[in-house]
Design a protein around this ligand. Structure first.
Ligand code: SF4
Length: 250
């Protein structure tokens, strides 16, 4: 008897990249899933935000697991793993789990690590469900302050913070990423409070500080300001003064 559960799982995919060295450790195959539950002022992929609306010049499409596996197999000799990004990958949790499970159960692909690059705004049950087939998650912490977070993303940050805690408990928090926007989320007191909160979870946590770059982001009035290299290095030093984080600056 056939039913809805027999239908092949498909993902709504914005794009795939066979080789990326900026989406996790090593060279990685990246699946960018279409649709995001945030609307960040500093988003560099705003075309991936709408969930199901065709956009001019942008062609998100439904892809089956099998078709994705074909693409991944072609890249396998040159990659260390796959990363699901977006948009927001956890908005398609059934597809995400099915994709990772398929990779893990394929003898030719099982050695690949499966990571998620996420804004963290998802139910904790999603992480629990992914845990058996996922090797880790990189979580964007846009801002520790809830009001500034809402200004930056249009959404609260309680799920993001809870995701960081749960992923650490699961041993699956690969990295916390912080995009620094001059004059918005880089105040010393805010950075210190953020560092203290992160240090209470893991004082040696891997943290990536990323300076906002205007290129690719939507225009704003007044314009969003890029932090200088010195400002990012200063923020890293401030955080290192709180705890011996493993900080990488981009
Ligand atoms: S979470 Fe990422 S993809 Fe979603 S709006 Fe923000 S920057 Fe863009």
């Amino acid at each position: 008897m056939s039913g809805i559960l027999d239908r092949p799982v498909t993902g709504f995919v914005a794009d795939t990249i066979s080789f990326s060295n900026v989406d996790g450790p090593g060279n990685r195959f990246v699946v960018f899933l279409q649709g995001c539950n945030f609307d960040c002022v500093a988003c560099h992929n705003p075309q991936t935000i709408p969930g199901h609306r065709p956009l001019e010049g942008h062609d998100p499409h439904h892809l089956g697991i099998d078709e994705l596996l074909v693409r991944i197999r072609r890249a396998t000799p040159f990659i260390r793993g796959i990363t699901a990004s977006g948009g927001e990958a956890t908005q398609q949790p059934i597809f995400l789990r099915a994709l990772f499970a398929a990779v893990k159960s394929d003898p030719a692909l099982a050695h690949l690590t499966c990571l998620v690059d996420s804004n963290g705004a998802t139910d904790l049950a999603v992480w629990d469900d992914l845990a058996p087939v996922m090797d880790g998650a990189m979580i964007d912490l846009k801002c520790f302050d809830p009001d500034i977070h809402r200004e930056m993303t249009g959404q609260p940050n309680h799920q993001v913070l809870a995701s960081i805690v749960r992923l650490h408990q699961l041993g699956l928090l690969y990295e916390v990423r912080m995009l620094l926007l001059s004059g918005v989320n880089d105040a010393p007191d805010l950075l210190r409070r953020t560092a203290e909160w992160l240090a209470a979870i893991d004082p040696e946590m891997r943290v990536k500080l990323i300076g906002f770059r205007a290129h690719g982001a939507r225009p704003h009035d007044p314009p969003l300001v890029e932090p200088t290299a010195d400002a990012i290095a200063w923020a890293a030093d401030l955080m290192r003064g709180v705890a011996p984080f493993d900080i990488c600056v981009v």
